[in-house]
Design a protein around this ligand. Structure first.
Ligand code: NAP
Ligand code: GDD
Length: 352
């Protein structure tokens, strides 16, 4: 039987690497788009090359969603059955500094892919997945958020992604394309980028424990997120494209925790006793209450620092994934506590 072909924009990222594994295990021929960088940055997918069966079905191509001729040529040459657009400047904090670039990638990048599909795939056979996000809900009032909730994004990233969400819907309706949005809430893993909060906290605290740094500097500790495991969330991405109709789905765990809960959990799991205090300006800091590893009792180990606060913040995200359970038979199994343990175990091995 002819293998299905998938084209993954953003294959070098956290989700791209798990999605590549999933598709290869389902016997797809996977084309992945990687960017030209001065240093090789395929570490998240390098392990695939150790397995002969998997490696022969993975083909990497240079590309960038800011380059229409490249996007068009790739889709025209490969003629994939499924296209996953995971490519994005995905850091919300950074999007305030790189607003125009974020729009070029996260908004117009999606438009370029959809336009290319519209022109090339006249028989409407290709399926398109857009990596949408809970950030499009922003600070909208009615929680938990579902597919009918109001959108109120509050960052350049959120607005750029909202453009892509609507463009995906419009192309579906206007041109009868199989174009779906997965509205995914935060999802983490040992492969999470190091400047997202879960990985930053885990790496930072392990480094303090091992004596590589003294203190970890953070921003807003009050915001809440609905954190799931990336491995389970890419399964939902694939299921969204296997559903009989193109549609939009919230993918979440339905439970949320504050950034401070996350920090407290990591400290507890690493057996560091601590006490939170506030300085004169109202910034919080945590001091160690025991000697452990290279940490000395009374050492300030966590401190809030102005530069890590964002100009605007999404305060509280929590999702209602019942539609995905009903129509896709998707349900998250991995709980927050287990996710964090897995990430800690992995980084304890990485950091010597
Ligand atoms: P990630 O680790 O930051 O990966 C992003 C990927 O996009 C990387 O492969 C990156 O390449 C690539 N990329 C960036 N700019 C590009 C461009 N101009 N052209 C082509 N590729 C480009 O993000 P992730 O966590 O895997 O998330 C995957 C997608 O889901 C993103 O679109 C993100 O916005 C969205 N999302 C993520 C979450 C989450 O919690 N993880 C939740 C909702 C939605 P490099 O490796 O070269 O940088
Ligand atoms: N990154 C970071 N660094 N975040 C911090 C820090 C810090 O030093 N200190 C506090 N935070 C807070 C942020 O202000 C935010 O409220 C929360 O930690 C989570 O931040 P991130 O891990 O950067 O994730 P995010 O929620 O902003 O965005 C992620 O999830 C979205 C889905 O809701 C990203 O993966 C997006 O791509 C994704 O769309």
């Amino acid at each position: 039987m002819k293998k299905k072909k998938a084209l993954v924009f953003g294959i070098t990222g956290q989700d791209g690497s798990y999605l590549a594994e999933l598709l290869l295990n389902k016997n797809y021929l996977v084309y992945g788009v990687k960017r030209r960088t001065s240093l090789i940055h395929t570490t998240r997918i390098d392990h695939i090359y150790k397995d002969f069966h998997l490696k022969t079905n993975l083909i990497l191509k240079y590309g960038d969603v800011t380059d229409f001729s490249n996007v068009f040529r790739l889709i025209n040459e490969i003629k994939p059955d499924e296209i996953y657009n995971l490519a994005a400047q995905s850091n919300v904090g950074v999007s305030f500094e790189l607003a125009e670039y974020t729009a070029q990638t996260d908004s117009i990048g999606t438009l370029r892919i959809l336009e290319a599909i519209r022109i090339i795939d006249t028989k409407r056979k290709m399926k398109f997945y857009q990596a949408s996000t809970s950030e499009i809900f922003g600070n909208s009032p009615d929680k938990p958020y579902n597919e009918k909730s109001k959108f109120e994004p509050v960052s350049p990233y959120g607005t750029a992604k909202l453009y892509s969400y609507w463009t995906t819907r419009n192309y579906r309706d206007a041109y009868s394309m199989f174009a779906s949005n997965g509205i995914l809430f935060n999802h983490e893993s040992p492969r999470r980028g190091e400047n997202f909060i879960s990985r930053k906290v885990i790496i930072g605290i392990i480094k303090i424990l091992k004596g590589h740094q003294k203190c970890l500097y953070l921003g807003n500790l009050k915001s809440k997120r609905d954190w799931g495991h990336a491995k389970e969330f890419v399964d939902a991405q694939w299921k969204i494209l296997q559903y009989k109709f193109p549609d939009d789905f919230v993918i979440a765990t339905g439970k949320n925790y504050s950034v401070k809960d996350l920090v407290n959990l990591v400290l507890k799991k690493l057996k560091i006793k601590f006490l939170w205090k506030k300085d004169k300006k109202g910034y919080e800091y945590a001091i160690a209450k025991n000697d452990i590893g290279q940490i000395k009792k009374s050492q300030i180990i966590i401190k809030q620092e102005k530069i890590y606060f964002r100009p605007n913040e999404v305060h509280n995200l929590v999702g209602d994934y019942r539609k995905a359970t009903k129509l896709l038979k998707w349900k998250p199994k991995i709980k927050f506590d287990r996710l964090i343990s897995e990430m800690i175990d992995s980084d304890l091995k990485n950091i010597i």
